[in-house]
Design a binder for this molecule. Structure first.
Ligand code: 9YW
Length: 447
């Protein structure tokens, strides 16, 4: 495997190209997630984008996160899309029908679901970068961190109050899009329980116009389910209690739960530094501990891999994907489980697969039946996921591992395409190119 010749930009040229992608995707108001495919602001993309931007312009990085949090719902939810005027993406704000939602923001149009809570991690990173970059940037970033802290706390509180139902302790999602890993095989079983009704209004997909091969995107069958869930939520008026009680999809997401635990830790550090309310700091410590316990409790007794839980049927979802390594991100699993996961990650089932162009974990193991090296979250490698592992490993003190993953991430992206995801054996960029978050994490790796 490995066939065709790829361009390899030296690091300074790669960094310059990444910076240009972020500049080119800047509408003046937001940095869009991608130029044609995703002409709006996505929640977790904006967090990663701000990390890349901080290397170029701390003010611009702060503005990006301020824009996202200006769209925060009054109940605390940070919406998964903040819409621009562009109508090249479907479903847009009219289909979401959030304008009448009681808790929605007043001055911007947004979707009605959320995405993974990585924003505290971004604020921490922007602050650290600003402190190294000079006194003015430091002062601005500190002011910003102080100002955004209560909003981050409200966002985390929303996840606990509305989205941690039942006893698993896992943070629950009501749509695969909330996981950020839309069509991952993690969600195949729960989506089998979603039955689009005859009342599903007709629609036309726009995403297929912007990729070379429709096989790189989710299928129509999957889209029908995505749209049906929106229909259910819209009918519930985006009332979270009703949605969590009734929607046909409710899954405890172990990867989000691990990210939540880490983000709570970071928020505690920031809160201590900036003198935030001690009761709120205690809440965060409590939430982090419970989230870690939930991740550890999900681990399969033989493989050690962490599992999502279908909260509608009360069953563990055994599908093995990159999310199974969640305990390596947040810690908290017993030592023997952690060792098993580390050796699995290094093995030929994952990062050590002999045919990989870059030794970083794909979204699904190449050894798994159903692995598709070209299709979205069903096999390709995603630079942004690799970045999360490098960040977490660094924080856990695993410097050698973090460096190795970072080098692999550069190997994957040094063709300068800034692909949304990559074919693991050839390194062919798939989905969109000039994807903002890919450019952002590459910049962070290079600086
Ligand atoms: C879609 C923007 C988003 C990411 C998601 C990714 C994809 C949007 O793109 O979803 O319509 O398919 O799955 O994680 O935030 O980059």
């Amino acid at each position: 495997a490995g066939g065709r010749r790829r361009v390899r930009y030296p690091e300074p040229a790669l960094a310059a190209r990444a910076a240009r992608v972020l500049r080119d995707n800047d509408t003046g108001a937001v940095i869009t997630a991608a130029p044609r495919l995703y002409p709006h602001m996505w929640s977790w993309d904006a967090a990663f984008i701000s990390i890349g931007l901080a290397r170029l312009d701390v003010q611009r990085a702060i503005a990006e996160l301020d824009t996202l949090f200006a769209a925060q719902w009054r109940n605390g939810m940070v919406p998964h899309i903040v819409f621009t005027e562009n109508d090249a993406y479907f479903p847009g704000p009219d289909r979401w029908g959030t304008d009448e939602a009681l808790d929605g923001p007043r001055h911007v149009r947004t979707s009605g679901i959320c995405q993974p809570p990585v924003h505290a991690i971004a604020v921490r990173r922007v602050l650290d970068i600003a402190r190294r970059s000079g006194p003015d940037d430091r002062i601005d970033a500190e002011r910003f961190a102080r100002r955004i802290w209560p909003k981050l706390y409200a966002w985390h509180r929303w996840l606990v109050e509305y989205r941690t139902p039942g006893s698993s302790g896992l943070v629950a999602i009501v749509h695969g899009w909330e996981s950020g890993m839309d069509n991952s095989p993690r969600w195949d079983v729960p989506y089998d329980g979603v039955h689009p009704g005859a009342a599903l209004p007709p629609y036309v997909r726009k995403d297929l116009r912007n990729v070379g091969d429709p096989g790189e995107r989710p299928t129509d069958r999957e889209y029908d389910r995505y749209l049906w869930l929106i229909e259910e939520m819209r009918r519930a008026g985006y009332d979270q209690r009703k949605i969590v009680a009734n929607s046909s999809f409710l899954v405890g997401d172990v990867f989000i739960t691990a990210l939540f635990a880490m983000s709570c830790d970071v928020l505690i550090e920031l809160g201590e530094e900036f003198g935030q309310d001690t009761d709120e700091l205690h809440d965060l410590a409590d939430w982090a501990a419970k989230a870690r316990d939930a991740v550890a409790a999900s681990c399969h007794s033989v493989s050690g891999m962490a599992r999502d839980r279908d909260l509608r049927t009360n069953r563990w979802l055994d599908t093995q994907t990159i999310a199974g390594f969640s305990p390596l991100l947040c810690g908290g699993a017993p030592d023997d489980v952690q060792l098993r996961l580390l050796s699995l990650l290094d093995s030929d089932r994952w990062s050590g697969h002999p045919d990989l162009l870059a030794p970083v974990p794909p979204s699904v193991s190449p050894m798994r039946p159903g692995f598709n090296p070209r299709q979205y979250w069903r096999g390709p490698q995603w630079p942004v996921i690799v970045w999360l592992f490098t960040w977490a490993f660094e924080r856990r003190g695993w410097h050698e591992r973090a460096r190795h993953l970072r080098d692999g991430g550069i190997r994957l992206t040094e063709d300068g395409s800034f692909g949304e995801y990559f074919q693991p054996f050839t390194g062919e960029p798939l989905g969109s190119t000039e994807q903002s978050w890919t450019a952002a994490v590459v910049l962070d790796w290079l600086c």
